[in-house]
Design a protein around this ligand. Sequence first.
Ligand SMILES: *[C@@H]1O[C@H](CO)[C@@H](O)[C@H](O)[C@H]1NC(C)=O
Ligand SMILES: *[C@@H]1O[C@H](CO)[C@@H](O)[C@H](O)[C@H]1NC(C)=O
Ligand SMILES: *[C@@H]1O[C@H](CO)[C@@H](O)[C@H](O)[C@H]1NC(C)=O
Ligand SMILES: *[C@@H]1O[C@H](CO)[C@@H](O)[C@H](O)[C@H]1NC(C)=O
Ligand SMILES: *[C@@H]1O[C@H](CO)[C@@H](O)[C@H](O)[C@H]1NC(C)=O
Ligand SMILES: *[C@@H]1O[C@H](CO)[C@@H](O)[C@H](O)[C@H]1NC(C)=O
Ligand SMILES: *[C@@H]1O[C@H](CO)[C@@H](O)[C@H](O)[C@H]1NC(C)=O
Length: 588
Amino acid sequence: MLLAVLCFCLLSSVAGYHLTPEFQEHSTALDYLRTTNKTISDLLDGKLNVECVACEIFVDTLQMLVHMNASENEIATLIQEACIKLHIEDQRVCSYIINEFRDEFITVALKLILHPAWLCYAALGPTCGEPPDIFPFWNVTIPGNKPKRQPLVRPQNGLPVLKVVQLSDVHVDLAYKPGGVKDCGEPLCCREGSGVGKDKAGYWGSLNSSCDIPIWTYKNALEFISKEIKPDLIFWTGDIPAHDVWDQPRAAQLHHIQVTADLLSQYFPDTFVYPSLGNHESAPVDSFPPPGITTKDLSNDWLNHFIQKVWSRWLPPESLETIGYAGYYAVQYSERLRIISLNTQYCDNLNFWLYLNNTDPAHMLDWLVKELSWAEQVGVSVIILGHIPTCRSDCMKAFSWNFYRIIDRFEATVVGQYYGHTHQDHFAMMYSEDEDRHPTAFQFISPSLTTYSNLRPAIRLYTLDGVHAKSTYRPLKSETWLLDLDRANEKNETVWELEYDSVNAYNMTWLTPETMQELYQRFVKDRDYFDKTFFKYRFHLQPGSKCDDNCYKNNLCELKTGRSHDPSICADVSVEEQHEFFLQHKMC
Ligand SMILES: *[C@@H]1O[C@H](CO)[C@@H](O)[C@H](O)[C@H]1NC(C)=O
Ligand SMILES: *[C@@H]1O[C@H](CO)[C@@H](O)[C@H](O)[C@H]1NC(C)=O
Ligand SMILES: *[C@@H]1O[C@H](CO)[C@@H](O)[C@H](O)[C@H]1NC(C)=O
Ligand SMILES: *[C@@H]1O[C@H](CO)[C@@H](O)[C@H](O)[C@H]1NC(C)=O
Ligand SMILES: *[C@@H]1O[C@H](CO)[C@@H](O)[C@H](O)[C@H]1NC(C)=O
Ligand SMILES: *[C@@H]1O[C@H](CO)[C@@H](O)[C@H](O)[C@H]1NC(C)=O
Ligand SMILES: *[C@@H]1O[C@H](CO)[C@@H](O)[C@H](O)[C@H]1NC(C)=O
């Protein structure tokens, strides 16, 4: 986030940037131009992405200052001044943001001799091209003897089912102010102190703006779920605080976690809730130092110990130890279902701590393999929860590829994966690595309750097969419910309406890797069908919305890409400009 800010800052200043001889000597960005035989005119002709080059030059300069022994204060002041003078954000946001990030950013990002391309890739995405692979790839040990595949048989109708609500990315803004400014020019608007502008925030939330939702909209969603849906259990896949990432002291983050958890308990006194940590829970955002980082006061214990306490209302003592250690856990839901919640921030490419050592942080994947091996032996099915889906380019390559192999090996045991983070409603396929490349699994990526950015508040409901003697715990149906925000704001009437369900929209009564692969094939064959269904639902669009050629290819590619940083998987879709699409929807 900060880096994105810095890079945009450079974007506006690149023309006036003076290069000192010393800098030219040192610059890897210029090396890049030289070694690729690119010239400044390539840059001006738009053949190079100006943002990326600018970002690299800026990071490079900062690193040079570090090596010249500039103090943290000097560097912070420089960044802050650049931020203000170049109008990246207003003065208020600029001065806050530097304090918020200085420890992490200056200690980790700059002191590391890290190729600037990496930091800029992290901030700006694939638009900068794949950076040099500086991290050693690592492999978790996965046991052999994968059981022979058995065909999946749909359970008969009439057997018991489990109703599961997934709440994701609630991003509650405790400072939300109806009538506040909607287009304030800061990263988060519609709140106390949001500068000046014309458009006013609605009472229940605001579309077409950078605004999160007020606490009463969160309560209203809980009330609707408790009265109308009455779920058997709730998956709560993270991202609780608002997007005011420039000013989030630890105490404020913990307060959000406490308040939202208490409301859940109030509306659902007898329902089990299974939470996962989101990348916004920490302070600063995305900063999740793995165990072992104890420098200064930088360890993540403050957060892990807190959620250990808050979540203990829903989880048994035996699940709590790993939470206190690193924010992940496993819990037995029923005799034959185990739920595993991962701390996916250990693959988050904006978690700069991973640049110090990204080998299986907190031994989480190693632990996952042991859990799954045990489950396979005793015939228990496993559902995996997490915040960042491992299919996204935000998820670092080695982690994502290892995870992909683990799912392949345990395809019979892992019967569902539920994530959030993108705020959109979509899924991603995973395939086996043997010759036949059959679908092994898919990841559900569920829409957000927050409106950020320009998405109606959404609640996701899954009907799973279970609990009975032969239960597969696989999904039979998915539904998305939306708040009619215009009506809510105009008439003060809150109506939640079914946007679609998989039975009626897709004619599917059983959501397995095979049936989801068939659905994907339908999207490939019938673009009109894709526009009318998946594309519309992904962003909650009006009927008649069309995805252009580039958008269509990108969507197909993303649907197929259960593994990050793997362009080969989309070779048949011939995606040309994945970048633009990625950037457009990056803010999670
Ligand atoms: C750049 O140009 C030089 C000299 O013209 C040539 O030797 C080199 O192979 C070129 N490099 C690339 C990456 O095209
Ligand atoms: C920076 O400080 C280190 C250790 O104090 C010293 O060895 C080094 O020469 C200094 N570098 C410069 C450029 O002043
Ligand atoms: C990890 O596994 C891959 C595929 O089996 C192999 O090519 C690679 O050399 C391994 N890397 C390490 C560091 O063991
Ligand atoms: C959204 O906002 C933009 C600029 O702020 C405006 O041009 C556009 O008309 C708005 N769209 C809707 C649907 O209100
Ligand atoms: C990196 O982290 C892993 C997992 O926590 C650990 O086993 C390994 O020793 C660490 N490597 C280094 C070089 O510190
Ligand atoms: C909308 O109704 C709620 C009660 O449901 C009330 O508390 C709130 O003040 C009303 N808002 C407006 C803008 O009238
Ligand atoms: C729905 O699926 C069933 C069988 O799976 C098929 O017989 C039927 O034709 C399908 N209906 C539509 C409208 O595609």
